[in-house]
Design a protein around this ligand. Structure first.
Ligand code: ADP
Length: 255
């Protein structure tokens, strides 16, 4: 078997990427709100080949109790990758990577959650990756942010997230798996709609000028994702509003 590395992959064909995108183009994005009946808030997201679901529970009582904070709610975030989400079965259960991703994702969301409204309680966020194609942490953060809003958790704003990368000396938006695994750099970003960055990680190497270009590109991607996050919430809640306005007679006719 030939080991794959950057040197034997051609990342561009006729100026387009392997999946036909331009360098600064996001993968197709789909967001669905309120997909789980038993969660307080939920969201399903597809970002290219990533399929991720987020469920939010709370604010609710903290167990174990010694984790309680008297002045605010604590936020717990569990990122989990299903064993069937990747090509070769992933060993089930938490590992170093999932602990890291849970931590950085929680820290990306916490600054906008008004935790002081709910002292001594917990807001639990569960993110399940059903299918992975690079960028699962960013997809998880996008889904979790919408699920938090769906749960009615007071927040200063939504958080939107996407990565930029470097392949064949070119900065690209929202790298897919081949670009992420065999590229030269990966830079996940999360931010508020005002442009306040809450997550910035880098894997690989970028020059100062490339770093600037990659951050700008990722922030642009976040702005596009924010528009769809907002629209998905507006669509769900405007539908509910119109249902609540169904005249009484019509509603009875459905019984
Ligand atoms: P992210 O998914 O946020 O980009 P990584 O950069 O760590 O996080 O992973 C990139 C991609 O590599 C994942 O989305 C997934 O497709 C693949 N991957 C990660 N961990 C595993 C694993 N344990 N087994 C197989 N593929 C994996």
């Amino acid at each position: 078997m030939i080991a794959m590395d950057e040197s034997n992959i051609s990342f561009f064909k006729d100026g387009c990427r392997l999946d036909g995108r331009k360098a600064d183009q996001l993968r197709p994005l789909k967001i669905e709100v309120g997909v789980l009946a038993r969660a307080d808030g939920s969201c399903y997201i597809e970002m290219g080949g990533n399929k991720v679901i987020a469920a939010v529970y709370g604010p609710r009582e903290v167990h174990p109790r010694h984790l309680q904070e008297v002045t605010r709610a604590i936020v717990r975030y569990r990122y989990n990758m299903a064993s069937f989400s990747v090509e070769e079965r992933k060993r089930p259960g938490p590992d170093r990577r999932s602990y890291e991703l849970s931590k950085v994702s929680r820290e990306a969301l916490e600054p906008v959650i008004l935790t002081s409204y709910f002292p001594r309680s917990v807001i639990d966020v569960f993110v399940e990756v059903l299918q992975a194609d690079a960028g699962t942490r960013t997809a998880g953060i996008n889904a979790a942010s919408v699920a938090l809003a769906d749960a009615g958790i007071p927040m200063k704003s939504l958080i939107s997230s996407c990565a930029a990368g470097k392949v064949a000396d070119t900065i690209v938006l929202d790298p897919m798996k081949e670009e992420d695994n065999f590229g030269q750099a990966d830079l996940p970003v999360a931010m508020t709609p005002n442009g306040d960055i809450t997550l910035l990680q880098m894997d690989g190497g970028l020059s100062p000028a490339e770093l600037h270009e990659a951050v700008e590109m990722a922030m642009n991607g976040c702005r596009q994702i924010y528009e769809l996050q907002r629209k998905s919430l507006v669509d769900k809640y405007s539908q509910l509003e119109s249902l609540s306005q169904v005249p009484e007679q019509e509603a009875e006719a459905c019984d």
